[in-house]
Write a protein that binds this ligand. Structure first.
Ligand code: KIV
Length: 272
């Protein structure tokens, strides 16, 4: 049975803030196309993230780095056409915001204008704060992303848990406060110790959304293809699979192939 807050007509950043204030958990999932976004929105999700994980899940790249701004806009506009209720947040892809706040602003404006999305997300703390300030000053809501930030995979060298050491944990706490201060409406924290995520969440008024960050956060996000078991060989500890669609789809396709080969499809009733 769904416990989604379907009484809310349209989820906005203000609705999310009041959900945190009222201790209501926030649900978030990725989507990259019209059909999946429609199912997820109708199920009552609060936020759809058009994640740059599209680079892995949709395009088959090893990392999130290759996806382009044009490709993100294509995915986001497909999602937006499906959505009636949830907030749609779109990742600014690698290379579209780092190091130059004017470039960041132009990228965010392109996403908002060309896809109709409601907000953008970008990775990093103090080092991208000028970009975040400039985007927010143009009226575009920004969600932060700290902890494991996959666009920096070649700096980290591994997808392992971040901020286990005191120095990195301290920087993450400071970055979280800074992101709130400069106006981010929410913060994703990826693959960090649960205790740290709890401390950060308690220190903030803006909602935190965890992925591999334990239960003491304001909401959870997963990649929908992982949750649905469409991806098969990805088993991080934080992932709970709610379906095994890889197998369901595979056996449906095998069934179809057999029916075609045996002449069982189409039947007399399935022709004109
Ligand atoms: O791109 C993505 O899917 C993400 C989530 C893992 C938070 O950023």
């Amino acid at each position: 049975m769904s416990t989604a807050k379907k009484d809310v007509k349209r989820v906005t950043t203000h609705v999310l803030a009041s959900m945190k204030a009222q201790n209501q958990k926030i649900s978030m999932l990725t989507a990259y196309d019209y059909s999946m976004a429609k199912i997820i929105d109708e199920a009552g999700i609060d936020i759809i993230l058009v994640g740059d994980s599209a680079s892995n899940v949709m395009a088959g790249h090893e990392t999130t780095l290759p996806i382009t701004l044009d490709q993100m806009i294509y995915h986001a506009s497909s999602v937006i056409r499906a959505v009636k209720r949830c907030l749609v947040v779109v990742d600014l892809p690698f290379g579209s915001y780092q190091g130059n706040s004017k470039v960041a602003l132009d990228s965010a404006i392109r996403i908002m204008k060309e896809s109709g999305a409601h907000a953008v997300k970008l990775e990093g703390g103090e080092e991208v704060s000028e970009s975040i300030k400039r985007i927010i000053s143009a009226g575009v809501p920004v969600m932060g992303h700290l902890g494991l930030t996959p666009q920096s995979i070649y700096k980290f060298g591994t997808y392992t848990v971040r901020a286990k050491e005191e120095m990195e944990a301290q920087k993450l706490k400071e970055d979280a406060l800074l992101l709130q201060k400069i106006g981010c409406f929410g913060l994703v924290m990826e693959k960090i110790p649960a205790t740290l995520a709890g401390v950060v969440t308690a220190s903030l008024e803006i909602p935190t959304i965890g992925i591999g960050a334990g239960a003491d956060v304001d909401g959870q996000v997963l990649v929908s293809h992982d949750l649905l078991g469409i991806t098969k060989d990805f088993h991080p500890r934080f992932l709970r699979r709610y379906a095994e669609l890889h197998d369901v789809i595979g056996s449906a396709v095998e069934h179809y192939i057999n029916d075609v080969k045996n002449g069982d499809f189409p039947s007399a009733k399935e022709q004109y």
